[in-house]
Design a protein around this ligand. Structure first.
Ligand code: SAH
Length: 204
């Protein structure tokens, strides 16, 4: 997966490569999908949601530029795979999931696989998680019409946020950076994500 899908497409961060080489991606999907877990495509995780293709997970993670000391907020825990990747690369991961059954399964996985630096809660992540901020990095793994203002507020300075934004069926993957009180953003890829639903996302 790393050699064939990530490196040729520009995933050069050795720490991201190593994390994704180490993490057992098959343990984050249903048994029937084990054989497909390392394929070059997204997979269903239940409740109409999907885990992103490995390349997109790697691209978003690499865009955060993590060194190891950071506190990271993830919106959209899903099956927990992206959070597991982050947990290898930073100090602490806070992750929020709005669908309770997915939250429960992900929390069980984190316990079983001993991901001790991941804290999760069931909630509307478009509001962020103000108690533990500001965050050095924020990653949103569902797509909304705009970047939720509470997330920009809870981003540290300096800080970096990655999120797909745009229409319901196709979006730009945006990297927003905050530095010296100013934010700038750029698009790094055209993507298609499941919907971010909440106060500062889509209404349904
Ligand atoms: N990072 C996940 C990707 C899951 S898909 C993984 O590695 O599996 C995106 C997830 O975002 C879905 O589980 C969906 O329920 C969740 N989501 C959508 N809107 C949300 C919101 N407002 N707050 C928290 N999670 C949300």
């Amino acid at each position: 997966m790393v050699r064939e899908q990530l490196i040729p497409r520009g995933i050069v961060d050795a720490r991201v490569q190593a994390a994704m080489q180490t993490i057992p991606r098959h343990l984050f999907v249903e048994d029937a999908l084990h054989a497909q877990a390392y394929g070059d495509f997204p997979l269903p995780i239940g409740e109409g949601q999907t885990i992103s293709q490995p390349y997109i997970v790697a691209l978003m993670t690499q865009a955060l530029g993590l060194q190891g000391h950071e506190t990271v907020l993830e919106i959209g825990t899903g099956c927990g795979y992206q959070a597991a990747v982050l947990s290898h690369l930073c100090e602490k991961v806070y992750t929020v999931e709005r669908i309770k059954p997915l939250f429960i399964k992900a929390r069980r996985r984190f316990d079983r696989l001993h991901y001790l630096n991941i804290v999760c809660k069931p909630d509307d992540g478009t509001l962020g998680w103000p108690e533990h901020g500001p965050y050095d990095a924020i990653i949103v793994t569902a797509a909304g019409p705009e970047i939720p203002p509470p997330l920009i507020e809870q981003l540290a300075d300096p800080g970096v946020l990655v999120m797909p934004t745009g229409a319901r069926l196709s979006q730009d993957l945006i990297v927003l950076t905050k530095k010296n009180g100013r934010t700038t953003s750029r698009c790094i890829e055209a993507v298609r994500f499941v919907k971010l639903i909440g106060d500062h996302g889509w209404k349904e």
